[in-house]
Design a protein around this ligand. Structure first.
Ligand SMILES: *Cc1c(COP(=O)(O)O)cnc(C)c1O
Length: 722
């Protein structure tokens, strides 16, 4: 279905300055860099300026500073305790920004410099929920990559797109059907500046797309020490339809997708040229940016280098990460669309014929049936390719063996770097303060040293750990009640019904989280396979279990929307309703609430379709326990004692067989292990075995599955490797 073209406002002003009372004037500076979002007291300093306005602004400090009432502002500006907190926060920010010489990268990655950084390209970035330029795992991972690169002092510039309508917000109708709403981003409310040249004029990049000139501007946001450049076609003078190229994330048709990817790949390279940045390596995080390899090649062929030599030189500077083992997840375009978007001029400039050009995106040369795929293009044009877990590396080698038919599958040149998550972003403030108390403010660096980390985590007592876990669960229950209450009010439900939400759920019941994209292979319905058995488990008066679901269905995926509706309707059963809830509009904030607080994280995709998965890693660092099929990261993380495995590692003959066996295994583990262990309490009411598993999960999983480790691996194996 084509969306009607909605005009978008022209936006030429970046973050407008605000004038703050001098005692807290530093907030202006701190609010312009997403650093605040992962540092202790960053969130709470802004929140405490005016909690209500902060919530209304979706935790966007730039808006907060503009919208905070004068009285709140003056009240806090004259509160010496608050003023001291602001001073502290600003001092830590300044120290962080100026400590580039003492970082890990300064010691271990000297070939990377600010003149010759890593250029990291991605179609989505999930830095903070107030910047809705992500849809799910890929974007969040990219955001975590930037934050770790910043923390490690790695010279890296990121390139993405500024989607004026972002990704959709999810609403469920009363009958459980998902509806999508796109909002308009106001750049003036975001911490970003229009990129300007030396004379102060906005930088404009020229592209020739679909037979028309398109002008592209760029915004710069700061993620700690890492700049994030966001390309934007919403420029005066562009054709109306071209202004919408950067309108929606994954919301348009194939053609929009293709031109978005041209803006990202080709526009991104041209922007870096204008900024006089000469990357040491271009990192294509997923195939969306693969057109950049064509642009780099074109630069060389236009200066007289012949295509083969030019392509070889480009290859030596590009690295590709593939993120999905699902064949349909790889972007492809029909030849006429490629021809329309690029035009003959582009392959002429490369010194290629139309067919030679199309062959770059095909597995088999001259196969007219084949679409132009960005993954084959990237595999062909990059010196290194990797999957995102050990298993996914293996699966990718099988999937793409066809590109190298003469090679044995083990020799297919695709390696792996397992995904990790940014500990300071995802660990709850309460647990973080416990880590800081035991380990010190450098606790994230200790993660690097598994032995030292082990000793530190072992020094946390059962009582302390259980206390944090209980408080987190209570917090989650309060959050669930509040969200459901608000959702019911918004759906114009009767007041009494809305208020009933404030009494549901039990702060002491075993709480299981299940939040992920709604897609058939993620098997949302697996737990409903035997609904009577599930009902008995949830409603057991002595040992109750409660379930929290969240996730968005792709707007065009009707099948996924049906799955969602099925869950939503199941939850309308008056008894089930007390023990199961679907939280609408899964985003980074909802994810944080869940991963920090659930007792168990359930993950049951059909194997081997989970490339890595990262949400379970977030849960593990917070002391939650994973209950997951052995796929993606969990195959590497599970050691028999730090969580549970669902099903067997091998594959069954048929999908139905696999689903049936996995469902049986899921129920068995839940009933006989998870529930048993959780409710096995000692005289003080502490489940010793459970807490032991919790500690063991933090000890074994946090060092291996955090994004500092991931970025160090990328640096050593990919960025600095040849
Ligand atoms: C971490 C995260 C994801 C990715 O989780 P998976 O384990 O890959 O499903 C998706 N969405 C949000 C909002 C997240 O925070």
């Amino acid at each position: 279905m084509m969306r009607e073209v909605e005009p978008i406002q022209l936006q030429e002003q970046g973050a407008e300055a605000t004038t703050l009372p001098e005692t807290i004037a530093a907030l202006e500076r701190v609010s312009r860099n997403y650093w605040w979002s992962w540092n202790p007291d960053g969130h709470s300093v802004f929140r405490d300026l005016d909690q209500e306005v902060f919530d209304d602004c979706e935790h966007n400090p730039r808006r907060l500073l503009k919208e905070v009432p004068q009285y709140s502002l003056m009240r806090m500006a004259t509160d010496p305790v608050y003023v001291e907190r602001v001073r502290d926060l600003a001092a830590r920010f300044d120290a962080y920004m100026s400590s580039g010489q003492e970082t890990w990268a300064a010691r271990h990655a000297r070939a990377l410099t600010h003149e010759r950084p890593v250029a990291y390209f991605c179609a989505e970035f999930g830095v903070h929920h107030s910047l809705p330029l992500y849809s799910g795992g890929l974007g969040i991972l990219a955001g975590d990559h930037l934050k770790s690169a910043s923390d490690l002092g790695l010279p890296l510039v990121a390139v993405g797109l500024l989607y004026h309508h972002g990704y959709f917000r999810q609403h469920l109708r009363r009958d459980g059907w998902q509806e999508e709403a796109y909002q308009q981003i106001n750049v003036g409310d975001l911490p970003m500046e229009l990129v300007r040249d030396k004379d102060g004029e906005p930088v404009r990049i020229d592209l020739f797309v679909r037979g028309r000139d398109v002008q592209v501007q760029a915004w710069r946001a700061e993620v700690g020490r890492v700049p994030l450049y966001l390309l934007d076609t919403n420029v005066e003078g562009n054709d109306e339809i071209d202004r919408l190229i950067t309108g929606h994330l994954y919301g348009g048709d194939r053609e929009t997708r293709c031109v978005q990817e041209m803006v990202l790949g080709i526009g991104g390279v041209r922007l870096l040229r204008r900024l006089e940045i000469e990357p040491h390596v271009f990192h294509l995080n997923e195939g969306h940016s693969a057109f950049l390899t064509l642009e780099l090649t074109r630069e060389l062929t236009e200066s007289g280098v012949e295509f083969g030599e030019a392509a070889a030189r480009v290859r030596s500077r590009c690295a590709f990460t593939t993120h999905t083992p699902v064949a349909a997840g790889h972007d492809e375009f029909v030849a006429p669309l490629i021809e329309k978007c690029f035009g003959q001029g582009y392959w002429d400039a490369l010194g290629l014929t139309r067919d030679e050009f199309l062959n770059l995106g095909r597995v088999k040369e001259d196969d007219e049936e084949e679409l132009f795929g960005l993954t084959p293009l990237a595999l062909r044009m990059c010196r290194s390719s990797n999957g995102v877990s050990r298993k996914h590396g293996e699966v990718s080698r099988e999937l793409w063996n066809k590109m190298w038919p003469e090679r044995h599958v083990e020799e297919v040149p695709i390696s792996h770097v397992t995904n990790g998550v940014h500990a300071p972003t995802w660990v709850s403030p309460l647990l973080r303060s416990l880590f800081e108390e035991r380990i010190g403010s450098g606790w994230t660096e200790v993660l690097h040293d598994a032995d030292a980390w082990s000793r530190a985590v072992d020094s946390i007592s059962d009582e302390e750990l259980w206390k944090v876990r209980r408080l987190q669960r209570k917090r989650l229950v309060a959050f669930v009640r509040e969200r459901l209450f608000q959702a019911r009010l918004q759906q114009h439900e009767p007041r009494s019904w809305a208020e009933a939400a404030l009494g549901m759920f039990d702060p002491d019941a075993l709480t299981i989280g299940f939040a992920r994209r709604v897609a058939a292979y993620k098997r949302w319905g697996l737990i409903l396979t035997d609904s009577e058995r599930l009902r008995r488990m949830l409603l057991d008066p002595a040992r109750p279990v409660q379930l929290v679901f969240a996730g968005k269905a792709h707007p065009q995926d009707q099948g996924a929307k049906l799955i969602l509706q099925q869950i939503a309707q199941w939850e309308l059963d008056p008894e089930i309703m007390q023990r199961a809830v679907f939280l609408q509009d899964y985003d980074q904030e909802v994810a944080r609430q869940l991963v920090q607080s659930v007792d168990v994280w359930m993950n049951v995709p059909r194997r081997p379709l989970e490339a890595s998965g990262t949400s379970g890693e977030k849960v593990a660092m917070n002391g939650g326990l994973n209950l997951s099929v052995l796929d993606g990261w969990w195959l590497e993380g599970y050691d028999g004692q730090n969580g549970w495995a669902v099903g067997e590692e091998g594959l069954s003959e048929t999908i139905e067989e696999m689903d049936r066996r996995d469902a049986e295994s899921l129920y068995r583990v839940l009933e006989h292990e998870v529930v048993e262990t959780f409710y096995d309490r000692d005289g003080q009411g502490i489940p010793r075995r459970w807490v032991g598993m919790t500690r063991h999960a933090i000890r074994t999983l946090a060092p291996a599955f955090n994004s500092d480790r991931m970025v160090r691996d990328y640096t050593r194996q990919i960025y600095l490797g040849e």
